[in-house]
Design a protein around this ligand. Structure first.
Ligand code: SF4
Length: 283
């Protein structure tokens, strides 16, 4: 019997095999993302996926959707432009911790502050994979990287806390062990109006795992299984990650706040009265 994997219809199979290492968590995240798309029933021609640079940045090239592989750190401003040009689009940013939180960190906080109606999926493997394993703003204290051979000594960002503080309306964190939870959270994030954020802790066995003696991809997944606690609604000030420490997962934030365009329309109609027509993008 020649059965086709149901995920294949969402992938550019002509680009396979992918470049990701054996044991990398990225493929798992893509599988969950595609399952979430199936569950949402959003017409595929209304979804755009934007990635930056890095191993996660390759996701845009593998998805058979309107997808954009942009410059380093800039997927969020690119996605913002897409959303403002055509507000009917469902725009997703799919990138890594180095891309989104280091060079793109300013874009991340301001998009959350403005409550731009996009979904950001951040695959957090605590390292720059594609460029050789440098430290990132999420690398835990004491973890080593090529640029911190004696251990990182800079306090990392806790992404759920950063996202909530900046104004995100939906914030969740899972590991690649939690495949059903990831799928459910991405589905909820896609259906949420405003800036929604899903962090996925994911193994990079080739660089972060090997350098820190965390074992292969399977051993890292076992670590996630044995050291994760689900605490939906947890205070994001208390979900910071330590090196080889407990990983608190869950849906932390689900709240309502006017999105950027809702505020824009409200304020413009207050100013201009009945002469103002609701913003519908660039026609
Ligand atoms: Fe995955 Fe790390 Fe390999 Fe990149 S370097 S593909 S993040 S395992």
């Amino acid at each position: 019997m020649n059965e086709t994997n149901p995920v294949e219809q969402y992938l550019r199979m002509d680009r396979m095999p992918h470049i990701w290492c054996s044991g990398c968590g990225l493929g798992t995240t893509v599988n969950c993302f595609v399952r979430a798309l199936e569950g949402c029933q959003i017409p595929l021609d209304q979804i755009c996926v934007v990635s930056g640079i890095g191993c996660t940045g390759r996701v845009a090239g593998y998805l058979k959707l309107d997808s954009f592989h942009t410059t380093h750190g800039r997927p969020i401003p690119f996605a913002t432009g897409l959303k403002l040009a055509n507000p009917k689009l469902k725009v997703v940013v799919y990138s890594g911790d180095g891309d989104l939180i280091a060079i793109g960190g300013n874009h991340f906080i301001h998009a959350a502050r403005r409550n731009i109606d996009i979904t950001v999926v951040c695959v957090n493997n605590f390292t720059y994979g594609m460029t050789g394993g440098q430290v990132t703003p999420t690398t835990p204290i004491d973890a080593t990287a090529t640029t911190t051979p004696y251990g990182n000594f800079e306090e990392p960002f806790s992404l759920p806390y950063l996202a909530e503080s900046a104004g995100a309306v939906y914030v969740a964190r899972w590991t690649t062990y939690h495949i059903r939870h990831i799928t459910k959270s991405i589905k909820e994030a896609l259906q949420k109006k405003g800036f929604s954020f899903v962090e996925i802790i994911s193994p990079c066995p080739t660089l972060y795992g090997r350098r820190n003696r965390l074992g292969d991809g399977l051993e890292m997944m076992k670590f996630y299984k044995e050291n994760s606690t689900i605490k939906n609604g947890a205070d994001t000030r208390e979900v910071g990650l330590g090196f080889k420490g407990q990983i608190v997962c869950g849906k932390f934030i689900d709240r309502e706040r006017p999105s950027f365009l809702e505020m824009y329309n409200l304020k413009m109609s207050e100013r201009l009265g009945s002469s103002y027509k609701t913003y519908e993008g660039i026609q």
